[in-house]
Ligand binder design. Structure first.
Ligand SMILES: *Cc1c(COP(=O)(O)O)cnc(C)c1O
Length: 222
């Protein structure tokens, strides 16, 4: 694996305004260091324990993004340093992030995970649940989180038309939320979508963050 060349190849396909989250989960520190030498600073992880170990031993100017499902009882471990939490899928989780962030005097950027795929999933708000949560309004009192946008995962299929449509749906939903709740909040600006096999479609549909792992670091051995 030539990690530096892979990073450059992916970056060359991203227009200005789209940032790369290099998804380094299950890959060792050496792989992250190789990407870091190529100038990459944003890394995505999905396990709290693994992230905690990496964060302790790797350069402090790395911007760590938590992209996986986050259990409320583990929020406290990452809140002191995490740069963004991508997959907030309940008010309860948002409130717990806020509670822990207040203790360390931080404001944590969070994205609302929206379920856009045709596949069944335990995770992610439905469009209606997300609307209901925002309409209810309690989130406005959470001063130690900032809701910065939405995140989604398309169906795992070769059908590009379907994947493209799902990404466009998420882009439209972002626009709806922006218009209804965040017009005067410049922090609400992120659409996190696109992985190794589908990020060009996400770019076409107007994402601002792509989360690319295996295309950079190679296959993971789970
Ligand atoms: C693992 C993961 C990715 C990256 O997947 P690749 O196919 O390796 O690019 C992106 N997003 C989430 C939420 C993930 O868990």
């Amino acid at each position: 694996m030539d990690i530096q060349a892979n990073i450059k190849a992916v970056l060359s396909e991203l227009p200005e305004g789209v940032r790369l989250v290099a998804v380094s989960k299950f890959h060792p520190n050496e792989a992250i260091e190789a990407a870091y030498s190529a100038g990459q600073r944003i890394f995505g992880e999905s396990k709290v324990q693994e992230l905690t170990e990496k964060q302790l031993s790797l350069p402090k100017d790395i911007e760590w993004h938590f992209i996986g499902h986050l259990q409320t009882n583990k929020v406290k471990y990452i809140v002191p340093y995490i740069a963004m939490i991508h997959a907030v899928d309940s008010y309860r989780l948002l409130a717990e992030i806020n509670r822990q962030a207040a203790k360390v005097n931080r404001v944590i950027p969070c994205l609302l995970e929206i379920h856009i795929a045709a596949e069944e999933s335990k995770y992610g708000f439905t469009f209606d649940d997300c609307r209901a949560m925002l309409r209810e309004g309690s989130w406005r009192e959470l001063k130690n989180v900032s809701v910065c946008g939405v995140m989604g995962m398309a169906t795992n299929t070769d059908n590009e038309e379907q994947v493209g449509k799902e990404f466009e749906t998420l882009h439209r939903f972002f626009g709806e939320l922006k218009n209804d709740y965040f017009l005067d909040d410049d922090r609400f600006k992120e659409i996190s979508m696109g992985m190794s096999h589908d990020y060009p479609l996400a770019v076409k549909a107007g994402c601002t963050l792509v989360r690319v792992g295996s295309k950079i670091f190679g296959e993971r051995n789970y």
